[in-house]
Each structure stands twice: as structure tokens, then as C-alpha cells.
Design a protein around this ligand. Structure first.
Ligand code: HEM
Length: 490
């Protein structure tokens, strides 16, 4: 090959990637995380009667619980993943996204969707009583509700659903086009990303449209269960693991340990995950054969995803000292250990024997925080810790603040998880021994107080990250290298 041919044939990364857009998605994601964490702390305070906003209806716990979860899923996780996709997909395919204009449109449209959802949830119930709403409902024959829809994770007001679906279709189009045009190997990361584009669209459509317009009763319940679990398994999980398959080999500078295990992990997820959603509604009137099917496929998927963790541990084998200095990798591997614990816990808690005790207790809330914060948010923090210096063009201003962010977050989530797991066990025993309901709330009180402090610890870690980010932006420009010294510095 004539010297220089490569440089003319292969576009440079900075020509392929719109770094401003990556930054914008990250900033948007962090803004929603701030809102969600404040909402979480507010709720945690309300649950121990330390409500700083007593009597303000707009800040009632019911509304802010929905803002808390929606802001995390559709605000923080979705925006952060979109930023990451804009960084990784053009690099893996040597092709830019289908259209930069569409990418910017998606950015603004997505923020409008998330903000409208929050506004709908918080003030929708107050507007609902207006005469024009009743009039519109009568004229269209539709169950018009300006507030939240009665479906967990699908609370997005009904009029936003079609817009969100168009947004998801555009996301799929914009990223699938470079993938379809790419020549050369189809990396594991891209399998996961492609699957996520298709599954997220289908999951969102199924969960938001079918129970609302097509089916009712236990069938709607079954679909609701499928929807909440598929959101984690078919939207967040493939994007999260795809991200790991991209960043970990780059940082370790070695290939993934076993390609065979990558195949097992991917196809196992694809086969077993969609079958297990009904495990959220065990002991309900949903037919038992569906409940048994969900239990078995849940145990199966936990075994399958364990192979993915083993694959990444095999990749790290012999190099584990790197976790002392390399913070992004430390975030990733800490998340993977917590992922393993989540899966192990899940395989146990899904059994009918276990469910007798922990169903509807705080055990489940502990589990939800462990996976959403302990795993996926930690991976996102690791990814941002690695990418922000490259996006800003300078190293992190304070290594100490990076360390504080990591340790406060990890300690905070570990305390919250253990605390809520114990609370769940106590609540289960209170209820099964048929003590009065109040006995269980009095017994839960110390655990709920502990949750406030665990949450504050996680929040303090996040503030360290934001302070560091601000300082890094503000600091004078320092030479950044493309050779990886930035990675070494974190
Ligand atoms: C500042 C720290 C946080 C505090 C104090 C907090 C507190 C809470 C509270 C009080 C609930 C309602 C529990 C209930 O209904 O009994 C909740 C639910 C939830 N939170 Fe948080 N949270 C925090 C951060 C986060 C973060 C960062 C995430 C995700 C990345 C998250 C994900 C969730 C999820 C998924 C649920 C629903 C749990 C379920 O339905 O089982 N939380 N949180």
C-alpha cells in the first residue's frame, strides 16, 4: 500500500464524530440525574416525615416517584447512552450517522419529550379537571388523561407516546444506516446496539399502546410486567453491555477473552429475556403457566448473563492492578461485580418460595437501585470519566474529586442496597406474621432513615463529579494527548 493511502481512505475520527452533540447529550443526562436524585431525596425525606415541603401538592411523593424513575430512565440513561452512541458508532463503522440534522432534531425532540413527561406528571392532574379536557375526551372518544398513565415506567402522558415512538424510530435509522454501510467485522458491540434499537422501539410501543388501547384486565397486567422488565433488559442492558464490549478492550489494550462466550451472552439475552416480565406479578391472577415460564426463563437468563461477567473477568485476568490507577475501568468492573450480585439475587428472589416473603417489600426497591444505579449508572460514570477529558481537551482538574465521586457513589449504593434488602426481609416477616400494618411501618423507620443518608452520600459523590467537571472546563487549556495519557491519568 502506498504510504498515506490509509489516511485519505479512512476518515479521521474528529470528522466522523460530532463531539458537541456528545457533550450536549451528556449535559442533558446529568441535568436529569440531578432532578431525579433531588426527587429521590425528597421522597426519602417524606417517607420519614422530614418533608421540607409539607402541604405543597405539586411536590407530593406520588408525583415525584414517577418523576424520579422517568427522569432516570428516559432522561439520564437515554441521553447518556445517546451521547455514547454518537461517540462509538461512527468510530466502529468509519461512517458518520445518517444525518447530523436528524441527530440534532432527536436531541431537541427528546428533551421536549422528557420535560413534557415531567410537566404532565407534576401538573397534569391539576389540569385534568378543566372543562376542555372533558369536552375533548367526549368528542374523540379517547380516554384523555393529561397526567400520568396508570402503567409503571409508562407513565408518559398518552399524547407523548406517538412522538416518543417517532423519536425512537429516527434514532434507529440514524445509527443503523452507518452500521448497514460498514465494511469489515461486525463487532460484538454493534450486535448489542442493533438489537437495542429494534427492541427499544418494540418494547416502548408494546408497553405504551397495548394496555392503553387494546387489552385489559390480567392481559394488560401481563403486558405491563413484560414492558417494565424489557425496558431494563432490552433497552438498558444491551446498550450497557455493548458499551462495555467497546470500552474495556480499548482501555485494557487487549481483545475480549472469549468470542464464544460473547455469543452465548448475546443470544441467551435475546432468547430468555423477553419471556420473563411476568415475574413482577407472581401470585396474581395471571395464568400460572405464564408465571412458571417467567420464573424458569429468569433463572436461565441469570446463568447466561453470568457468562458475560466471566468473559470480562477473563479479559481482565493478569491485569487487575490496572484498576488501582485507571478509574474508568474501576467504575466498569465495580459495576460488573454489582451486576453479578444483582443477577444472583434475581435468580433467588424470582422463586415462588422467596416471593412469599419479599413480594411488594423494599427488597425490590433495593434490587432496583442496585441494578439501575450500582450497575448502569456506574458504567455511565466510568464512560464519562473516560470521555469528558477527550471532549473538553484537558485532563480532569482534580484526581481527588474523581476518587471521591467513585467511593461516595459505591459506598452510598452499597449501604442503600443492604439497608433496603434488610428492610424488605423485616417487612416480609412482619406481614407474614399478620402483625398490624403499623408495626411494619414502625419497624421500617430506621431503615428508611438510613436510606436518606445513603442517598445523600450518592448525591455528594455526584456533586463532586459536577464540581470537577466545572473546574475542568474553567481551567486553562492544557495540552491533551491522543496517545492515551489522558486515560492513564484517570
Ligand atoms: C439520591 C439518591 C436516591 C434516593 C434517596 C432515592 C430514593 C428512592 C425512593 C424513596 C424511591 C421510592 C421507593 C418506594 O416507592 O418505596 C425510589 C424508587 C426508585 N429509584 Fe431511587 N433514589 C435515589 C437515586 C436513584 C438513582 C440514581 C436511580 C437510578 C439510576 C434510582 C432508581 C430508582 C428506581 C428504579 C426506583 C423504583 C423502584 C421500584 O419500583 O421498585 N434512584 N428511589
Amino acid at each position: 500500500m502506498v504510504e498515506g493511502t490509509m489516511t485519505t481512505d479512512v476518515p479521521r475520527h474528529d470528522e466522523l464524530v460530532d463531539e458537541r452533540l456528545v457533550r450536549w447529550f451528556f449535559f442533558a443526562g446529568l441535568t436529569y440525574l440531578m432532578a431525579s436524585m433531588l426527587g429521590g431525596i425528597l421522597m426519602a425525606l417524606q417517607l420519614v416525615h422530614w418533608n421540607p415541603l409539607t402541604g405543597v401538592e405539586l411536590f407530593s411523593a406520588g408525583r415525584w416517584r414517577m418523576v424520579h424513575t422517568n427522569a432516570v430512565a428516559y432522561g439520564f440513561l437515554a441521553n447518556s447512552f445517546l451521547g455514547m452512541l454518537h461517540w462509538a458508532v461512527p468510530r466502529l463503522t468509519f461512517r458518520p450517522v445518517a444525518s447530523v440534522k436528524i441527530a440534532y432534531f432527536i436531541f431537541f425532540a427528546w428533551q421536549a419529550i422528557v420535560v413534557s413527561t415531567a410537566v404532565g406528571i407534576v401538573v397534569g392532574p391539576s389540569w385534568q379537571d378543566s372543562p376542555w379536557v372533558a369536552d375533548l375526551a367526549r368528542r374523540t372518544g379517547l380516554p384523555i388523561s393529561l397526567g400520568a398513565q396508570g402503567l409503571e415506567w409508562g407513565e408518559t402522558p398518552f399524547w407523548i407516546d406517538p412522538i416518543a415512538l417517532v423519536g425512537l424510530a429516527l434514532v434507529a435509522f440514524n445509527f443503523m444506516t452507518p452500521i448497514a454501510r460498514a465494511r469489515g467485522p461486525m463487532y460484538v458491540t454493534l450486535w448489542y446496539f442493533m438489537a437495542a434499537f429494534v427492541w427499544t422501539f418494540l418494547t416502548y410501543a408494546m408497553g405504551n399502546l397495548l394496555p392503553e388501547y387494546a387489552v385489559g384486565g390480567t392481559s394488560a397486567g401481563a403486558i405491563g410486567g413484560l414492558f417494565i422488565h424489557d425496558l431494563v433488559g432490552l433497552f438498558v442492558t444491551p446498550l450497557g453491555w455493548g458499551m462495555m464490549y467497546y470500552f474495556v478492550p480499548i482501555m485494557l489494550k487487549k481483545p475480549i477473552w472469549s468470542h464464544g462466550l460473547s455469543l452465548v451472552g448475546f443470544w441467551g439475552l435475546a432468547f430468555f429475556y423477553p419471556l420473563q416480565g411476568i415475574h413482577h406479578f407472581l401470585y396474581t391472577p395471571i395464568p400460572m403457566f405464564l408465571q412458571y415460564g417467567a420464573v424458569i426463563s429468569t433463572i436461565a437468563v441469570e446463568l447466561v448473563v453470568a457468562t458475560v461477567v466471566i468473559n470480562f473477568m477473563g479479559t481482565l485476568w493478569g491485569r487487575s492492578r490496572i484498576l488501582v490507577d485507571n478509574l474508568p475501568l474501576r467504575w466498569f468492573y465495580a459495576g460488573m461485580v454489582l451486576y453479578f450480585i444483582t443477577c444472583f439475587q434475581c435468580a433467588l428472589q424470582v422463586t415462588l418460595t422467596f416471593q412469599k416473603l419479599i413480594h411488594f417489600t423494599d427488597w425490590v426497591v433495593g434490587h432496583a437501585h442496585l441494578v439501575m444505579y450500582g450497575v448502569f449508572s456506574q458504567w455511565i460514570f466510568g464512560m464519562m470519566t473516560y470521555l469528558f477529558p477527550r471532549l473538553i481537551g484537558r485532563e480532569w482538574e482534580s484526581r481527588k474529586l474523581c476518587e471521591w465521586h467513585f467511593w461516595l457513589s459505591l459506598t452510598g449504593i452499597s449501604v442503600m442496597f443492604l439497608d433496603l434488602t434488610m428492610a424488605g426481609l423485616f417487612q416480609g416477616y412482619y406481614w407474614s406474621s399478620l402483625q398490624p400494618w403499623e408495626a411494619s411501618t414502625i419497624g421500617s423507620y430506621p431503615f428508611w432513615v438510613t436510606r436518606v443518608f445513603a442517598g445523600l452520600m450518592m448525591f455528594a459523590g455526584f456533586l463532586c463529579f459536577l464540581a470537577n467537571l466545572r473546574a475542568t472546563f474553567a481551567a486553562g487549556r492544557r495540552p491533551a494527548t491522543a496517545s492515551g495519557s489522558l486515560a492513564a491519568s484517570v
